[in-house]
Design a protein around this ligand. Structure first.
Ligand code: BTN
Length: 326
């Protein structure tokens, strides 16, 4: 993997330019025979590489999220330094938990091209066909278990920042963790924590971004509320850049979080929130609460003003933004 990353880096140095076989070999510290094997294997991965007597050059890059593609020039200190990639898996959160149990380090990432049984919040399924970013980050923060859900808000800010700066879109957050473009959902986050005798063992943060997924394949009940980046920008989005930028944003915010600077992150979350100020319907276990969302507490709890004027804190639930003319 390391070798592929080096070869890709060398081939990328001057895009569209040829690199001689000997040069690639010496830059990667391998033989020319091995270079040929690597080039062939990159071809199997979907790269189109021209080989001539002037050397090799890349003609086409596959829009995939292979570890060596993400790790070339990845400017993080530890997030994403270990990436486990699968073409198909039940759920990356599930794989992350299994790896966590075996002692995988903080910052390990699990990515799948397709999930057979992607999980959403509240036991729902998460549709995960080709074209999306289905990814889980394994974390081992030294925090009380009760604080683990805050990582959902931290991650939401990291995704929103990334989509805003990378794509210049009107990105917002619906409490607690849906990333919206306009009023349509483009990303969901599922945080699951494992504690042992009151001590947090690990947290897995699953992120699903509808990058280039085909919305036509979504069932009718999801179609109206969902969008993809490709649909919003009317062009295919190159996933590697989005993931790299996200990982940098995530690491920066996660470091702040561990350093006790959650209030700053929450301020950014509040600015991004599309829920505060809206009249909402929140589905709790077995009942529904209506009210105007008037704020988010410092612990990420939603505060509703009910119709009779009383304030109600909502820790979790499914939130629906009701029309403004309610
Ligand atoms: C939601 O909004 O309901 C949360 C959706 C989370 C989906 C992601 S995709 C990667 C990771 N693996 C899963 O099975 N789920 C999360």
């Amino acid at each position: 993997m390391m070798v592929k990353r080096k070869i890709l880096k060398s081939l990328n140095q001057v895009p569209g330019d040829y690199r001689e076989e000997e040069e690639l070999a010496s830059q990667a510290g391998i033989t020319t025979n091995e270079v040929r094997d690597v080039i062939q294997s990159m071809g199997d991965d979907g790269f189109v590489i021209e080989s001539s007597d002037r050397g090799y050059r890349i003609l086409e890059i596959p829009n995939r999220l292979l570890p060596y593609q993400i790790q070339v020039d990845l400017e993080t200190n530890y997030i994403g330094h270990d990436i486990q990639h699968f073409s198909e898996v039940d759920s990356t959160n599930q794989v992350a938990k299994e790896l966590a149990e075996k002692g995988a380090p903080e910052g390990t990432i699990i990515i799948a091209e397709v999930q057979r049984r992607g999980r959403g919040r509240r036991g729902k399924r998460w549709l995960s066909p080709e074209g999306g970013v289905w990814m889980t980050i394994l974390l081992r923060p030294d925090i009380p278990p009760a604080k683990a859900p805050l990582l959902t808000l931290v991650t939401g800010v990291a995704v929103a920042r990334t989509l805003q700066t990378e794509c210049g879109l009107d990105v917002g957050i619906k409490w607690p963790n849906d990333i919206l473009i306009g009023d349509k959902k483009v990303c969901g986050i599922l945080t699951e924590a494992e504690a042992d005798r009151g001590k947090l063992d690990y947290v897995v943060v699953g992120i699903g971004i509808d990058l280039n997924v085909d919305l036509k394949e979504f069932p009718p009940e999801l179609k109206d509320g969902a969008t993809s980046l490709q649909h919003e920008l009317q062009r295919e989005i190159y996933g590697v850049e989005v993931v790299q930028k996200f990982l940098i944003n995530f690491e920066e915010l996660y470091e702040k979080f561990k350093d006790g600077q959650f209030p700053e992150i929450l301020s950014e979350w509040r600015r991004l929130s599309k829920t505060v100020g809206r009249y909402v319907e929140v589905h709790k276990k077995g009942h529904i609460v209506y009210g105007e969302a008037v704020g988010i507490t410092k612990d990420g709890i939603l505060v509703l003003e009910l119709d009779d004027g009383t304030l109600r804190k909502v820790i979790s639930g499914e939130c629906i933004h009701l029309p403004r003319n309610h």
